[in-house]
Ligand binder design. Sequence first.
Ligand SMILES: [Zn+2]
Length: 191
Amino acid sequence: MKFKLGSPTDLEKLSQNKDWKELKNISSFFIFKLLILVFGILISTFFYQFIKEIISIREIYSTYMENWYLVFLLIPLHEASHAIMYPNFGFSDKIIFGFWPKKFVFYSYYDLPLKKNRLIIAMLAPLFILTVFPVLLISILELNYIYLAIIAILNSIGGAGDIFYSILVISQVPKNSVVKTDTARVFWKEV
Ligand SMILES: [Zn+2]
C-alpha cells in the first residue's frame, strides 16, 4: 500500500480513451457534498432507530463531544474496511490511501480496474463492518456500549458517499464491466 497527500490519480488519460465511459454524477461538488450530508443524516437516523431503546442520541452526542478525536480513529478503520475487500486483502502495492486537503476528503482506492461487483462490495464494506454489525450487536445483544454506538452512527454519516456511489454504479454500469476509480472520478468499460 501507498500513502498519498493531495488529489488522487489523474484519470485524464482514461477520459480520452473511447473504450472507457465516465460515470454520470452531479456536476457541482458543492451540491454533491450537501446532498451527501443530508443523505448521511437520513441514513444515521435510520440506523439509530434500531439502538435508540438501548442508547439515546443525547448520550451518543454528549460522549462524542467529549471524545471528538474518535473520528480520527474511525477514518483509518473505515478506509481499511474498504481495502480488505480489494485483491490480497489490502496488502498490495496497488492500494492507495490518501488525504486531499483542498477538498477535505480521505480516500482509498485500488489502482487497477476491478470487476463491477467487486468494487460495489469494497464500496459498501465499511457500512457493514462499522455500522450494520455494531448496530446488530447493540440491538440483539442489548449491548450498552457507547463507543460502539458512536462509531456506528459516525460511520453511517461518513459512509453516505459510498452508498451514493454504489447506487450510481449499480444503476449505470452494465453487468459484465470493469470499473476504474480513484474515488474522484469513476470510469467503466464493458468486457
Ligand atoms: Zn468510504
